[in-house]
Ligand binder design. Structure first.
Ligand SMILES: [Zn+2]
Length: 170
């Protein structure tokens, strides 16, 4: 599950390579098996379109704890095969729901149909500092792999979180 799929040419262009910081992220991530399953199942169900959703949990410095993944509509119907646009109303609703809790929206996941689980220049344009960005690669409708990214200190590239500690209490 760690090998690259036959990736489209554009992922080897300077513009695409420029958004990847090769330094492994020192950040830590806790995410449960159920949450990962939710992201993978929604990504497979949406194939060949990109799906997206929000991550709910807590984040402190370089430490993310994901409690839940919530699928959200992709409003970009015109280019649903390679673009996503989160429904802002869904964002606001979840944000309101969490207002009096210890949890908050801490990230955005999306799928890459028949593309590697690497962020694109478009992903960089919409990325926020301090957010976690899982990318799920779907190959011919099947789950290929999932990688976890966040913006590096410069905010100009993504760093991949190398190790994932799963937990099962949530
Ligand atoms: Zn993307």
């Amino acid at each position: 599950m760690t090998t690259d799929i036959d990736e489209p040419e554009r992922f080897r262009t300077p513009a695409y390579l420029a958004v990847l910081d090769p330094t492994p992220s020192p950040a830590s991530l806790q995410i449960g098996a159920e949450t990962i399953t939710t992201m993978i199942e929604s990504a497979c169900a949406g194939y060949p379109h990109e799906v997206c959703g929000l991550l709910i949990g807590s984040a402190h410095e370089e430490r993310w704890q994901v409690h839940e993944a919530r699928p959200v509509a992709n409003l970009n119907q015109a280019r649903a095969s390679d673009r996503f646009q989160l429904d802002p109303a869904a964002y606001q609703q979840i944000d309101r729901e969490l207002r009096n809790s210890a949890l908050e929206i801490i990230g955005v996941y999306h799928s890459h149909p028949d593309c590697p689980a690497k962020p694109s220049p478009t992903d960089l344009e919409s990325a926020w500092e301090g957010f976690l960005y899982p990318i799920i690669s779907i190959h011919h409708g099947q789950h290929h792999e999932i990688r976890y990214w966040h913006l590096n200190d410069s905010g100009q590239a993504f760093q991949q979180i190398a190790s994932t500690g799963s937990h099962h209490d949530q």
